[in-house]
Ligand binder design. Structure first.
Ligand SMILES: Nc1ncnc2c1ncn2[C@@H]1O[C@H](COP(=O)(O)OP(=O)(O)OP(=O)(O)O)[C@@H](O)[C@H]1O
Ligand SMILES: [Mg+2]
Length: 245
């Protein structure tokens, strides 16, 4: 594998019973690249990124993440890899019974040694909250926050471990257009600050246009086309044009 490649997927197949969601899906993500995956609802976008960090097992094919074949990793090795690959869930997955501080401490408890936490946790929490512009919410509960704020807190929790790769699952879905734009701009500023590589799963065309430098069209479970957003927009292919109308 090319050392510049941080994720490589070869002929991934994933089915649930008769529902063959991904068929021979292949892609690679280069270091520093921001790759958007565009597909209709139910096309398998969430399934795909869950396979990348093995929250779902693949049926067939090969996925390599940061030089590790994920199918061959022990639970312990996978846990360590997941600290290097941040995942922003479509549903945010914040703990409702914990404050913002406790939500951000959670990954540190799992991945940092106690001594490291004692010396650096508070600083790391404040830095991550500052990155998303929400330092003042540190003692609040998720229920006290708006949808856009909860998305920002979920992003802060992803950033706190300074991941090398960030996987965003529908970062703007369910938000009003103004808040969606704010989150898209935040993703761009996070990309600049951390120089992480990212996969952005979305059907929000504005979000994709400003956050990605390449787009994959996921159609019929496979990589139907890949190009820059601007080149895809000019395509005459009916199935691609559908997304831009
Ligand atoms: N754990 C599961 N068990 C069975 N079927 C599943 C499971 N997860 C996903 N599916 C099925 O896989 C298909 C793809 O689902 P997925 O959630 O990846 O879609 P998506 O592209 O993320 O859609 P959306 O844009 O609405 O989030 C759907 O038909 C869904 O019903
Ligand atoms: Mg989804």
């Amino acid at each position: 594998m090319n050392s510049q490649t941080v994720i490589n997927i070869e002929k991934l197949n994933k089915a649930f019973g008769e529902n063959h969601v991904l068929r021979d899906f292949s892609m690679s993500l280069k270091q520093g690249e921001n790759l958007a995956i565009l597909g209709k609802s139910g096309s398998g976008k969430s399934v795909l990124i869950k396979c990348i960090i093995r929250l779902l097992a693949l049926d067939d094919g090969r996925i390599t993440v940061l030089d590790n074949d994920i199918s061959e990793m022990s639970p312990d090795e996978l846990d360590k890899l997941r600290a290097r690959v941040g995942f922003l869930f479509q549903s945010n997955a914040l703990y409702d019974s914990m404050t913002v501080r406790e939500n951000l401490e959670f990954p540190l408890r799992r991945h940092w040694k106690q001594e490291q936490r004692e010396h650096g946790a508070e600083e790391a929490i404040i830095e991550a909250l500052t990155d998303v512009g929400l330092e003042h919410t540190i003692d609040m509960m998720p229920a006290e926050l708006s949808g856009g704020m909860r998305k920002r807190i979920a992003l802060a929790r992803t950033l706190i471990l300074k991941p090398e790769i960030i996987l965003y699952d529908e970062p703007t879905t369910g938000l009003d257009p103004v808040t969606a734009r704010e989150i898209s701009n935040l993703i761009v500023s996070v990309q600049r600050k951390y120089n992480a590589s990212s996969v952005i799963i979305s059907h929000d065309m504005h979000c994709i246009s400003i956050t990605s430098n390449r787009v994959i069209m996921l159609i019929d479970g496979t990589c139907y086309a890949t190009n820059t957003f601007d080149n895809l927009r000019k395509s005459n292919d009916v199935r691609i044009k559908d997304f831009f109308e």
